[in-house]
Write a protein that binds this ligand. Structure first.
Ligand SMILES: Cc1cc2nc3c(=O)[nH]c(=O)nc-3n(C[C@H](O)[C@H](O)[C@H](O)COP(=O)(O)OP(=O)(O)OC[C@H]3O[C@@H](n4cnc5c(N)ncnc54)[C@H](O)[C@@H]3O)c2cc1C
Length: 420
């Protein structure tokens, strides 16, 4: 196998939120990034990309622009040879052993699915930009199907939407897509105005948004219930056949749409690397973000169990704000004096569509419009690169002035073949 050297001696596997910030912070010191996509997705804005509030391309940032001094190899890391200090990467240009002096593992997480009958065949994930685009087109298609059918039971199924997992991703996705359907029916589907819709949020925990303080979680639940969303907490999905979802509390929801947002688990590729893992499959690192027992390998983000000196005894939750701070510290530790990582959370924010949101920032708890405004402002700050921020603000402004686009573009990505 051909061998090549990582630029500047640093190899970053995984060019997501954490890995890209490490490479960007290294600047002219250089790095080689191995990643399957040539962009970074800023996931907190994914629900708005799914609802069409934001252009999907604006919630991703090209890696080549974000890390101009890094070398990008589009592909996947598949194995690690610690003795040779090399990672085998299957890239678009062939398979290589990429040699490193410093290795950074930033492989993120994947959706955590459960063996629920019918889920993997009929459920939809919500993890990346392709999921968001597909979900938007699917939801618009359910409106078209409900408008076209003469069968009331089928119309009911088309207008049934179930979201399993009431963390940030599930709550925000439901709220944003609910807005999309609400606006589309009000303005573009007069034949559906009298048809009942059913929006259902399910979670095994005892309350929704268990990450935020109870008072804000309660407000979010009341806000959604006020819009007619049914919330089933302490409840699990027992089966889904593409036509109806059965819940553990006995409820059966006729629905052509089921979105699974019930958590994530560490990328299983990390288990192939032969490094120490915790009980949840995350790479074990010390406070310098160095993999336990290794001199030249570091790990961070959702694939790592990162201890935090500001929260002794607890490892970081899988969030962008933690990944950002870990990445900044790690970039310093790679070349400068080693310092332990410590970060106290500034707060948490979530948007609920319709100019409503919640924010718990620096002890200030806001809800409604102020919560929404703070949530959006925070996302603008955390989104990498000024031109991206400007595009996002432009999208938000345009959305204020014009009605939503209800074009259903599921044919995109499936071009017709040329006739012979
Ligand atoms: C829908 C959704 C909404 C979210 N909303 C929020 C929010 O509102 N606020 C918040 O703080 N956090 C949110 N998060 C969590 C946040 O996205 C993560 O904590 C953050 O992205 C972690 O960064 P990471 O680099 O560890 O992982 P990722 O950003 O997921 O990056 C991992 C990278 O590794 C790449 N990769 C995978 N396999 C390989 C391989 N074999 N070789 C090379 N590269 C590989 C992937 O393509 C990806 O680019 C959300 C997550 C999701 C899914």
């Amino acid at each position: 196998m051909t061998t090549r050297e990582a630029r500047g001696g640093t190899l970053v596997i995984g060019g997501g939120y954490a890995g890209s910030i490490v490479a960007r912070k290294l600047g002219r010191l250089g790095a080689t990034i191995v990643s399957p996509d040539n962009f970074v997705l800023y996931t907190p804005l994914l629900p708005e990309a799914a609802s069409g509030m934001l252009e999907p391309r604006h919630v991703v940032v090209p890696l080549r622009q974000m890390c101009p001094h890094a070398e990008l190899l589009l592909g996947r890391a598949v194995s690690l040879d610690e003795r040779e200090r090399a990672v085998v990467a299957e890239t678009l240009g062939g398979t290589y052993a990429v040699r490193y002096q410093r290795l950074v593992i930033a492989l993120g997480a994947i959706a955590r699915s459960l063996p629920v009958p019918g889920l993997s065949e009929h459920g939809r994930g919500f993890k990346d930009v392709a999921d968001a685009i597909a979900l938007r087109n699917h939801v618009l298609r359910t409106l078209e199907a409900a408008a076209a059918t003469l069968d009331p039971a089928e119309a009911e199924r088309q207008l049934g939407y179930v979201f399993v997992g009431a963390g940030y991703a599930g709550v925000e996705a439901l709220a944003e897509l609910g807005d999309l359907v609400h606006d589309a029916v009000r303005r573009d589907f007069p034949e559906l105005r009298e048809r009942p819709q059913r929006w259902v949020l399910v979670d095994a925990a005892e309350r929704i948004l268990h990450e935020v303080p109870q008072r804000l979680g309660r407000y979010a639940a009341q806000e959604l219930q006020g819009r007619g969303v049914e919330i089933h907490v302490g409840t699990t999905l027992t089966s889904y056949d593409g036509r109806a979802a059965a819940l553990s509390d006995g409820t059966v929801v006729p629905a052509r749409t089921l979105v699974w947002t019930a958590g994530v688990r560490a990328n299983p590729v990390v288990a192939e690397l032969g490094l120490p893992l915790d009980e949840r499959g995350r790479v074990v690192v010390d406070e310098m973000l160095r993999v336990r027992g290794r001199e030249d390998i570091w790990a961070l983000g959702d694939c790592a169990a990162v201890p935090n000196t500001a929260t002794p005894g607890r490892v970081d939750p899988p969030t962008c704000q933690h990944a950002l701070r870990q990445a900044r510290q790690l970039a310093q530790n790679l070349h400068g004096p080693q310092r332990p990582y410590g970060y106290r959370m500034l707060g948490q924010v979530a948007t609920l569509g319709r100019y409503k949101g919640i924010a718990d920032v620096l002890g200030l708890r806001l809800r409604g419009f102020p919560g929404w405004f703070v949530a959006r402002t925070y996302h603008l700050y955390a989104l990498p690169l000024l031109p991206r921020r400007i595009r996002v603000v432009t999208d938000w402004t345009v959305a204020l002035l014009f009605r939503r686009d209800v074009s259903e573009l599921s044919a995109v990505g499936h071009p017709r073949r040329l006739e012979p």
